[in-house]
Design a binder for this molecule. Structure first.
Ligand code: PLP
Ligand code: MN
Length: 333
């Protein structure tokens, strides 16, 4: 199959770019020091490539992702790096599952659901989940009293990932991770889990790196200059062109709208063009060179994770050839 045979919009993964990203991260974080986050790609076939590069454990955001990874035979060491209260589906999986806890309620839910291992999730500066660093030790004691094994701590410095200045990003990451390491001294255990694509080069404080976006990348991370190459595009077809008029410059429209793109980090980019806006099914853009109806365009999403979650499959390509089609099989809840 060739690129031209695909129905658009279609997720396209550049095989060489993906492999270069996987190799670069595995060189920096070899073997079990990398716990790739599968929420970025939601695709067990891609997780298997990360395993081929040495990863033995994975990070998940949802119970569905944990279930899917276990079913795919990738459940040797799965971390659900998220707070969950309905744990009924976790205890009976054929996998090693560790769950993040940050409150008495999440500890009780883990124990009631048959979860055996937990990490105490610590807030390191982003207003999301995670306990106050000072509360981590008491929560660990409570978890042990509930019969759970506490493997250590996790803390995700998500607010720093796309910090534009690399030096500042490194300084702020150190400060955030000092909170996590202080909590770790109170909690104990072997694991200090955290980090992401943006801090993967400036966070030597964790024992395992949770990066996810690096495999496919997006324009927001590229703009922050964090390294790694763009492997993901959404392939579209130009469905309309409009010649320049006195009241309106020339523009073109392709079939990659906001229902095919995560938009929370802004508009997508199209190389050689200026994107004007997206609507439900369309992207309107002004191209540097003439565009005709029926032309194909490669659109770069601003945010990889929600983009992937809109699609059923991703096509792995080399030049114009579709090498493989991978189901995005960890979607949904
Ligand atoms: N760890 C946690 C808890 C996350 O929520 C995320 C992403 O939001 C990551 C790791 C991966 O980060 P990134 O997308 O920067 O690679
Ligand atoms: Mn993301």
């Amino acid at each position: 199959m060739q690129l031209g045979d695909l129905t658009t919009p279609a997720l396209i993964v550049d095989a060489a770019a993906l492999e270069s990203n996987l190799a670069a991260m595995a060189a920096r974080w070899p073997g079990e020091t990398l716990r790739p986050h599968v929420k970025a790609h939601k695709t067990t076939a891609l997780a298997a490539r990360q395993a081929a590069h040495g990863a033995t454990g994975f990070t998940c955001a949802t119970i569905r992702e944990v279930e899917g990874m276990a079913a795919a035979g990738l459940g040797a060491d799965l971390l659900l790096a998220n707070e969950v209260l309905d744990t009924r589906r976790l205890g009976r999986l054929d996998a090693r599952v560790t769950v993040a806890v940050d409150s008495p309620e999440t500890i009780e839910a883990a124990a009631a659901g048959g979860v055996r291992e937990v990490l105490v999730d610590v807030n390191v500066g982003m207003p999301r989940c995670g306990c106050r660093p000072d509360d981590a030790g008491a929560l660990a004691d409570r978890a042990r009293a509930a019969g759970l094994t506490v493997r250590g701590v996790m803390g995700y410095e998500g607010h720093l990932q796309a910090w534009p200045d690399a030096e500042e990003r490194a300084t702020l990451t150190k400060t955030a991770m000092e909170l996590l390491l202080a909590a770790h001294r109170d909690v104990g255990g072997d694991v200090v889990s955290g980090g992401g694509t943006g801090t993967s080069a400036c966070n030597p404080y964790v024992t395992e790196m949770q990066a996810g976006s690096y495999a496919l990348m997006d324009s927001a991370y590229t703009a922050a200059g964090v390294g790694y190459v763009q492997a993901l595009h959404v392939l579209g077809t130009v469905v309309h062109v409009s010649a320049a008029r006195p009241d309106m410059p020339a523009y073109a429209v392709a079939d990659v709208g906001l229902k095919a793109l995560g938009m929370d980090h802004g508009n997508p980019t199209i190389p050689g063009a200026q994107v004007w806006f997206c609507s439900d099914e369309h992207v309107t853009f002004a191209a540097d060179d003439p565009v005709r109806v029926g032309d194909r365009v490669l659109v770069i999403p601003a945010h990889v994770d929600p983009t992937v979650a809109y699609h059923d499959r991703m096509h792995v390509v080399r030049d114009e050839e579709v090498l493989e089609t991978w189901p995005v099989d960890l979607r949904g809840w």
